[in-house]
Write a protein that binds this ligand. Structure first.
Ligand code: COA
Length: 260
């Protein structure tokens, strides 16, 4: 895998994907997005990876948005295609089948916040700021922000963020449920790694099915979602891991899961 703008490292079953363009605050041009997609595809395909952490290089930014220089050259058709390409990368993250944790180490504006919204859990440095400034540039969020944000914080807060473009500090983001927790900047990566390590002790297939149930269920009716849940509950009941998990509890020992 030849990545120019993203660092990819696997250690202790955790893949870390670091957007690495700090001189431009990790702004997302097409090449950066392609590298994020390639790194995420590698993490998905690698059975040695159980959890993925996505973060940004440097002290200041997670990702300061789509590359405004590249956007400035955009045409109508090109804009739609760019949005579709970006959405495909974020859909890949959301549907990775393994937990993806965003370590929001600084600014997450525009496409940067949208990238974090596609992750399953979000943790922010106390100094982080998030927002969707697009309307101020006379564009709209194009990497899923108009869809994922209202599903996470509700329509009222999402519209406030999208229409005003105001930036939201980490404490407010936590109060809104936009991030799961906030840590001191120097502690962020270790804290996120601790969450990732804890997730590695859980049944991997069960987590994949739980992710699928929640993701598919929250974009359909409750009735349909409940059908999805019971079907997946049935499938998970056929796994060796389920028998191991239940037997380990009964035998008062730690389970050993094999993802089967
Ligand atoms: N696209 C392209 N370049 C960007 C960028 C973006 N979204 N965000 C930052 N950069 C570049 C800056 O142009 C600057 O490059 P330069 O040194 O070659 O001039 C470099 O990153 C550092 O940014 P700078 O603005 O000097 O840092 P700052 O600390 O003063 O401000 C921000 C930080 C995040 C407040 C500011 O960079 C900003 O508002 N960025 C745009 C955010 C945005 O609107 N994102 C949504 C885009 S749709």
């Amino acid at each position: 895998m030849n990545l120019q703008h993203v660092l990819y490292a696997v250690a202790d079953r955790i893949a870390t994907v670091t957007v690495n363009r700090p001189d431009k605050l990790n702004a997302l041009n097409d090449a950066v997005m392609a590298d994020i997609g390639a790194a995420m595809a590698a993490a998905k395909a690698d059975p040695a990876v159980g959890v993925v952490v996505l973060t940004g290089a440097g002290e200041k930014a997670f990702v300061a948005g789509a590359d405004i220089g590249e956007l400035a050259k955009q045409t109508v058709i090109g804009g739609k295609e760019k949005s579709l390409r970006g959405q495909a990368v974020l859909d890949l993250i959301e549907n990775l089948g393994k937990p993806v944790l965003a370590a929001v180490n600084g600014y997450a504006f525009g496409g940067g916040l949208e990238l974090a919204l596609a992750c399953h859990l979000r943790y922010a440095a106390a100094t982080a700021k998030v927002g969707l400034p697009e309307c101020g540039l006379a564009i709209i969020p194009g990497y899923g922000g108009t869809q994922r944000l209202p599903r996470i914080v509700g329509r009222g807060r999402a519209l406030e963020m999208i229409l005003t473009g105001g930036s939201v500090d980490a404490a407010t983001a936590k109060a809104w449920g936009l991030v799961n927790d906030v840590f001191e900047p120097a502690e962020l990566q270790a804290k996120v790694r601790a969450v990732a390590t804890q997730l590695l002790t859980r049944g991997p297939l069960a987590m994949a099915m739980a992710l699928e149930a929640v993701l598919r269920g929250t974009s359909t009716s409750q009735e349909e979602g409940l059908r999805i849940e019971c079907d997946l509950f049935g499938i998970v009941s056929s796994t060796a891991d389920m028998r191991e998990g239940l037997n380990a509890f009964l035998e008062k020992r730690k389970p050993v899961y094999r993802g089967a």
